[in-house]
Design a protein around this ligand. Structure first.
Ligand SMILES: [Zn+2]
Length: 187
């Protein structure tokens, strides 16, 4: 085989098997506490969940995991805590990208795009504007993610250049955050 197979894991909520990097990893610490492991590197028994509130609820109902998740008392707070962690990470990458000039704020003209760039759209922009963005990007096949505007200084659109050294990590976090924020693609 030419490519090494991408590692997959099963979500403890919906039971779907998905690429590991698209899931949230939670770790059961020896003390019985569950913590979020954004880097997916912490020692301990790992559990994977889709970045989706529904999967948290499903996992909570599953008797096998219920006792662990109960340690976190309020599942909503836990979910929102993860959301906060991811949003700080995104904000950090935005700040870094701007500073290093790998991020460009744009309106609805993505300018000279390359396929490996990533377009980030403010979830608050009009559907019409969103559609214009999709149309502009379609030809190149550039990836688009939609996230809440407050994480992107309220800009309608941002182009992340593929030269940004952290692009793969950043894209991963953006994808997860898009799902966490329940702002899926419009088309
Ligand atoms: Zn799931």
């Amino acid at each position: 085989m030419r490519h090494k197979k991408e590692p997959h894991r099963q979500c403890i909520g919906c039971r779907k098997v998905q690429p590991k990097k698209e899931l949230l990893r939670l770790v059961l610490l020896p003390a019985g506490k569950i913590v979020f492991d954004p880097q997916q590197t912490k020692d301990g028994r790992g559990m994977y969940l889709c970045p989706d509130q529904r999967c948290f609820s499903l996992a909570y109902k599953n008797s096998r995991w219920k006792k662990y998740l109960l340690e976190n008392k309020d599942l909503q707070d836990f979910f929102h805590g993860i959301h906060e962690t991811m949003s700080s990470s995104i904000e950090y990458y935005f700040a870094l990208g701007i500073k290093m000039k790998y991020l460009e704020y744009t309106n609805d003209d993505p300018g000279t795009l390359q396929r490996e760039d990533v377009i980030v759209i403010n979830s608050g922009v009009s559907k019409e504007q969103k559609n214009r963005m999709y149309a502009a990007v379609q030809e190149k096949g550039t990836e688009i993610v939609t996230i809440p505007g407050n994480c992107m200084n309220d800009a309608p659109c941002v182009t992340v250049k593929n030269r940004f050294p952290m692009i793969s990590r950043f894209t991963r976090d953006l994808r997860i955050f898009e799902r966490l924020s329940s702002k899926g693609l419009v088309l």
